[in-house]
Design a protein around this ligand. Structure first.
Ligand SMILES: CC(C)(COP(=O)(O)OP(=O)(O)OC[C@H]1O[C@@H](n2cnc3c(N)ncnc32)[C@H](O)[C@@H]1OP(=O)(O)O)[C@@H](O)C(=O)NCCC(=O)NCCS
Length: 250
C-alpha cells in the first residue's frame, strides 16, 4: 500500500471511496463527498491523502483549515476519513491518519480537531477539551490534539464546505417551492426536514404567520441550489401569475 497526496485524476475515485465508506452510517447524511468536492473547489484542502493498493484508491483523508474564536491560527480539521468497507480493519485508516498528522505538523500546523468517535481517535492523541467547543455537534464527539504547548479555547468553526444540506432537506425545499407555487399547500411543520430548514433560517416565519423561503440563507449552504430555486420560483411566478408565490420570496 502507498499513501500519497491526491492528484487531479483521483477526484472521482475519492468520491466513490467516500460514498461507500459512509453509505450505511446512520450518523452520516451522506454528504461527505460533497464536502470534499467543495473544499477542493474552494482551495481549502490543506492536505488530501489517498491510500492506494495495486493502483486502486481504497482510502482517503482530508484536512481543512478551521477558525477559532480566541484568534488562534494554523489549526485544522481532520476528516472526512474513509476506507472502502472491504479494506476496513487493516490499519489503513491508522496509517493515513498518522501520515496526515505528521505532514500537517511539518507544514507548521499547530493543531487539529476532529468530529468523530472518541474511542477511535483517542489512539492518535485526540482528547475532549471542555473549553474548546463546536456548537453544532455534541461535545463528547468533538476532540482536539495540539502540536504545540498551548491549547486554544473558544468556538471552533469548520470551513463553509461542511455546511451541506442533506438530500432530504433539498427534497423538502423542492416540495416547498412546488407546493406553494402550484397548490398553495401549507408547510408540514411536523416534517423534521422542514424543522431543520427553519432552524437554518432558510425558511422563516413572517409576522402574518406565513413561512417564506430565503434564497440568501439557502445560498450560504448551497449557492447553486439557491440560484436554481430562485430561478424556478421566478419562472413559475411569470408563467402562472399565482399570487401564492408571494409566499416564496427573498
Ligand atoms: C473509521 C475508518 C476510517 C477507520 O479505518 P480502518 O482502516 O478501518 O481502521 P484501522 O484498521 O486503522 O483501525 C482499526 C482499529 O480501529 C477500530 N475502529 C475502526 N473503526 C472504528 C469506529 N468507527 N469506532 C471505533 N473503533 C473503530 C477497530 O476496531 C480497530 O481497533 P483495534 O486497533 O483496537 O483492533 C473506517 O472504518 C471507515 O472508513 N469508516 C467509515 C467512515 C467513518 O466513520 N469515518 C470516520 C468519521 S470522519
Amino acid at each position: 500500500m502507498i499513501i500519497r497526496i491526491e492528484k487531479p485524476s483521483d477526484s472521482e475515485a475519492i468520491t466513490e471511496v467516500t460514498k461507500a465508506a459512509f453509505e450505511d452510517h446512520s450518523f452520516s447524511q451522506q454528504t461527505e463527498h460533497f464536502i470534499i468536492r467543495d473544499l477542493r473547489t474552494a482551495g481549502a484542502l490543506t492536505i488530501s491523502l489517498v491510500a492506494e493498493v495495486d493502483g486502486r484508491i481504497i482510502g482517503h483523508l482530508a484536512f481543512s483549515p478551521v477558525t477559532i474564536s480566541d484568534g488562534t491560527t494554523n489549526w485544522h480539521a481532520l476528516g472526512p476519513v474513509s476506507v472502502l468497507p472491504d479494506y476496513q480493519g487493516r490499519r489503513i485508516g491508522t496509517a493515513m491518519i498518522n501520515h496526515g498528522l505528521a505532514l500537517l505538523k511539518s507544514m507548521e500546523g499547530e493543531g487539529c480537531v476532529i468530529v468523530g468517535l472518541p474511542t477511535y481517535f483517542r489512539r492518535f492523541g485526540f482528547k475532549n477539551h471542555p473549553l474548546l467547543l463546536h456548537e453544532e455537534v455534541p461535545q463528547e464527539v468533538f476532540s482536539a490534539k495540539s502540536f504545540v504547548r498551548r491549547m486554544p479555547f473558544g468556538k471552533v468553526e469548520f470551513h463553509q464546505a461542511f455546511k451541506q444540506l442533506s438530500l432530504i432537506e433539498k427534497d423538502a425545499i423542492t416540495d416547498v417551492i412546488i407546493d406553494y407555487a402550484i397548490a398553495g399547500i401549507k408547510l408540514d411543520l411536523a416534517n423534521p426536514a422542514v424543522e431543520s430548514l427553519i432552524s437554518k433560517k432558510i425558511l422563516t416565519q413572517m409576522p402574518d404567520g406565513k413561512f417564506v423561503m430565503r434564497p440568501s440563507a439557502l445560498a450560504e449552504y448551497d449557492s447553486y441550489f439557491a440560484k436554481v430555486s430562485q430561478f424556478v420560483v421566478a419562472e413559475m411566478s411569470r408563467v402562472h401569475k399565482n399570487p401564492l408565490l408571494a409566499a416564496v420570496s427573498h
